[in-house]
Design a binder for this molecule. Sequence first.
Ligand code: NAD
Length: 547
Amino acid sequence: MNDAILSAPPAGNEPVRSYAPGTPERAALKAELGSLLSESFDIPLIIGGRELRTGRTAPLAQPHDHGRPLGRFHLAGEEEAALAVDAALAAKPGWEAMPWEERAAVFRRAAALVAGKYRYRLLAATMLGQSKTVHQAEIDAVCETADFLRINPRFMEELYSIQPRSSDSEWNRVRYRPLEGFVYAVSPFNFTSIAANLASAPAMMGNVVVWKPASTSVLSNWILARIYEEAGLPPGVINFLPGSGAAVSAVALSHPAFAGLHFTGSTAVFNGLWRQAAANLGSYRSYPRLVGETGGKDFVFLDPSADPDAAVAALVRGAYEYQGQKCSAASRLYVPASLGRAFLDRLAETVRSIPVGPPTDLRAFMCAVIDGASYRNILPYLERACSRGAARCELELLAGGHGRAEEGWFIEPSLLLAESPDYETMREELFGPVLTAYVYDDRDMEAAYRLVDGTSPYALTGAVFARDRRAILAGLEGLKNAAGNLYVNDKPTGAIVGSQPFGGMRASGTNDKAGSILNLIRWTSAGAVKENFDPPVDWRYPYMSEE
Ligand code: NAD
């Protein structure tokens, strides 16, 4: 029994460690990389707290090293998906009866394990399994994961505190109940932290979860699943089901107790899941909550007053870090004619100097793209580009343009110049280290904003570079619906939990803003209760009396 009115403990952002030569964290990381490379993992499913090995397996690949898989993982199919839904529903009554602060404490403990005991293991697994540099893995797998797990309990408290007005004679209350059923979490390969949040945010709010991780991030995601267990999460609250997305979805989305989808990934897959849910609508007990953060075609817009040095630095980081495989990565660049070629030549020179290598080579700024399918998808776009001076060139190659697949899926950081503002690489998400520039006519700025706003179906992130305050204001107004997250004089990547709530509109998703109270609202069902302390005893109204 606990009669105290509690607050979630204070929550700051996890400090980013440098891993510079000579630091203790660099030594610890190297030891952990060596340890992971010497193991051979055999990763099971976790259903109702029990490990299950199906015997149907796939390799745990390293994108930068074809010759050295890290082991294998077992694949879930329809049968295991049905077991996982049952296990989740069995865990539901106990979990939702637990007071919110006890649920929050489980995830605060998980944050401590992420930032402490398992820091280097999660970091090294993300580097090797998802081909991230140490810095990219640190800000994702360690810092952002810990931030979600620490800061979301603050948002829980804030949300549960929202109560209606009452009076002397009545008490109005809102109870925040978990959804009636289970939440299906489907996570992408590119951020360990997103995988952490997709399963943990609904669970924190008292829901039970069937979690299907991406097949190319199973090692780091498995470590997360084990961390939740070690933090005291009861069996069945989050069930870990790597395997066929189609098979698991077929079961999850046709179950009457399907209550919510927490998805991050491509627009095409989210659209497919939405259609499946719509087709099954008649069989659900409740309208499911469909939350999806999807693709992007993120822009950087240079005003004529932009600082070129700041723009080059932001473009190199914003377009090429993690090989351009961030949903927020800059992939279209608008350069005013007045800055034009001189700016692009300077940017191209910097792009050509970017070091590419495996994540174990700590000098690398970029590693390999995630798999062969991605490599084969990106290269043909680059092959359609031509070199400077070619006749009838729709797309000019300014830097990069080649791939190298003998050891791993490496693609050079590439910079293109499109003749037309709606060339395919200005519209479509390539999800690789490819930035396409277009030189716009800066005599008509309104037309330029309309162009940025209307070129691509996506609206996730964007950045405006300008020194002139009038230009900043005009950019904020002209581009207000072109992005869910807009940056001024900064790269369009790297949103921080608690500082920049993240999500986009249009084909980029439902804009439910991960890392904020707005996301948690989707995982609760408010119930209003009115209690009358002085109920009327006469049913007649005064106006009905005789004159
Ligand atoms: P993806 O859509 O290929 O896969 C996402 C998840 O869906 C994976 O777990 C995958 O196994 C599963 N899946 C694939 N096909 C399925 C099917 N038919 N049925 C059910 N599940 C299926 O995306 P990805 O390659 O892992 O990630 C890259 C994409 O994610 C990009 O489009 C990127 O923009 C987007 N993304 C968006 C955000 C955001 O916040 N908006 C963040 C990260 C990534």
